[in-house]
Design a protein around this ligand. Structure first.
Ligand code: AHR
Length: 530
């Protein structure tokens, strides 16, 4: 048990008992000492939803993912031409299917740290002629068997939006703009004709381009100060947009949140305010000190960072005449703290990790007005929801919350009122036991309520109140849970998965639902048209 947890409800119970003692002593009735009952009253929470209280439109691109040339993500993950499970292009059919079921809306590539040393021209043309290179990011040898055209083919098979990160570490402005030309120019120029020669007569039409990766980190090849990055990225941005004015550019925001991270973002926005369309943030969380409640409280930081960067964007917008907004692309996020490069970043995830993943997604939905792209890092094997080896693939715990969000949580994000008990864990104060986001999809007429019950031991009885009318008689409920927060999945056992059931919610404006301990629940119910 965590001794640092202080239940606010316990404090309230104590206050009540003191008050009772005072009343009794004033009345002269107290002959024995009075104590509050040992067990606290059961929590009862409230969630109020009003379809008119909109935060913003949920961009489906917040359900994105990421593949990097790292460990067994690409080679042995999505691509394994030797495998019996591969299709004619060398892509693993089972992995592709699992990725399709996950609902990946946008797929970032080729890194990550790898991107900062990658020269894209190594990865095009006849495979036997492609050079083998040393990748200094991860200490591997890159065969270049998968390059731009293979990546685009994979995106098309998956039905996902491509998103390329250019090399602003060891790369040049010319390389960046030539890559846009190769992908997006129809024909009649050196690079567009090269693409055609390499077997792609139609342009790849890559709309989303990142201006480098984590350039604020000294682990990055070509790491720069904010000023130097701002200047360098600005020139790359100009050239890339002059090749194709319809592309969207994502500038490197802060990848870590120590030191001068706020200043990094402010400076980058100052340089790129007229050219970047998004600023990228990265966050990995972990339960390093084995403290369940602190770990589940740690997404508080994610929300705080989003709010701070939103403020910086607003500040920047006062200094530009641009008419279009700048958004946040949370283009790397996940739980990651156990498996480093010696284990090829092959984390095995637990139920509590899946709850934190659901909370990340709740943060993105609650900030849907400003977070318009998000990419879980990564898709296969490397800190990933899908694991694959020679014999097949299996799904990690973190697969399920992302799949549920991508499948069900669309439309407008709603500003729900959540009233519940709170706890304190270390530096995370006032953490609500229920972490909630809501959405209304006018297309289907449904409201979706996404709830993590952070309480490890207690179910939380909750009144759910629709303020704008009655709901249908029945709701669909999806639950991700397991016997204990530490349970994990494996190739042979799915201890954590999502369970679906239909529940009677009574067709009125209010219904009650009990959220089980350490669970993630999605309630999907139609609004009544009356
Ligand atoms: O996703 C793994 C690594 O984490 C990425 O290469 C890098 O961008 C981040 O530091």
């Amino acid at each position: 048990m965590n001794s640092m947890i202080k239940r606010v409800s316990a404090r309230r119970a104590l206050t009540r008992s003191v008050r009772m003692m005072l009343v009794l002593s004033v009345l002269g009735l107290m002959c024995v000492e009075y104590y509050a009952p040992a067990s606290e009253p059961k929590q009862r929470a409230r969630i109020k939803i009003d379809v008119e209280r909109k935060i913003g439109e949920i961009d489906p691109k917040i359900y994105g993912n990421f593949i990097e040339h790292l460990g067994r993500c690409i080679y042995g993950g999505i691509y394994d031409p030797e495998s019996e499970l591969a299709d004619g292009d060398g892509f693993r059919k089972d992995v592709l299917d699992a990725a399709k079921q996950l609902g990946v809306t946008i797929l970032r590539w080729p890194g990550g740290n790898f991107a900062s040393g990658y020269h894209w021209e190594d990865g095009i043309g006849p495979k036997e002629k492609r050079p083998k290179r040393i990748d200094l990011a991860w200490g591997a040898v890159e065969s270049n068997a998968v390059g731009t055209d293979e990546y685009i083919r994979f995106c098309r098979k998956l039905g996902t939006e491509p998103y390329i990160c250019v090399n602003l570490g060891t790369g040049t402005w010319d390389e960046a703009r030539n890559w846009v030309e190769y992908c997006n120019r129809k024909s009649g120029t050196y690079y567009s004709d090269l693409r055609i020669k390499n077997g792609s007569p139609e342009p790849h039409n890559v709309k989303y381009w990142a201006l480098g990766n984590e350039m604020d980190g000294d682990w990055q090849m070509g790491h720069r100060s904010a000023e130097d990055y701002g200047k360098f990225a600005l020139e790359a941005a100009k050239l890339m947009k002059w090749i194709d004015r319809d592309i969207k550019l994502i500038a490197c925001g802060s990848s870590h949140f120590g030191g001068d991270w706020v200043e990094w973002n402010r400076t980058v926005l100052r340089y790129l305010k007229d050219h970047a369309d998004y600023i990228a943030l990265h966050t990995y969380l972990g339960n390093r000190d084995r403290d369940y409640y602190r770990f589940l409280g740690s997404t508080t930081d994610v929300e705080k960072r989003i709010k701070i960067v939103e403020g910086l964007i607003n500040e920047t917008m006062t200094k530009t005449s641009r008419q279009t907004p700048i958004y946040i692309a949370f283009d790397e996020w996940n739980v990651w703290y156990r498996a480093w490069i010696d284990k090829q970043l092959e984390e095995t995830y637990t139920l509590e990790d899946a709850l934190v993943v659901a909370q990340f997604l709740n943060c993105f939905v609650r900030n849907a007005h400003v977070v318009k792209i998000a990419n879980m890092a990564q898709l296969v094997n490397v800190i990933a929801p899908i694991r694959a080896d020679k014999s097949g693939m299996w799904l990690q715990t973190i697969y399920y919350p992302l799949q549920l969000f991508a499948t069900h949580c669309q439309g407008s994000s709603l500003d729900a009122l959540v009233s519940c008990d709170r706890y304190e864990a270390g530096r995370f104060k006032d953490v609500p036991y229920l972490d909630v986001s809501c959405a209304h999809d006018p297309a289907s007429g449904s409201i979706v309520i996404n709830v993590v019950n952070r309480h490890r031991d207690e179910a939380i009885e909750t009144d759910i109140i629709s303020q704008a009318g009655r709901v249908a008689d029945k709701a669909m409920v999806f639950e991700v849970n397991g016997s204990d927060p530490s349970v994990e999945n494996s190739a042979s056992a799915q201890a954590v998965k999502s369970i679906q059931k239909q529940v009677d919610v009574g067709g009125k404006q209010q219904f009650a639902y009990s959220f089980p301990p350490h669970s993630f629940t999605v309630i999907k119910v139609k609004m009544k048209m009356d």
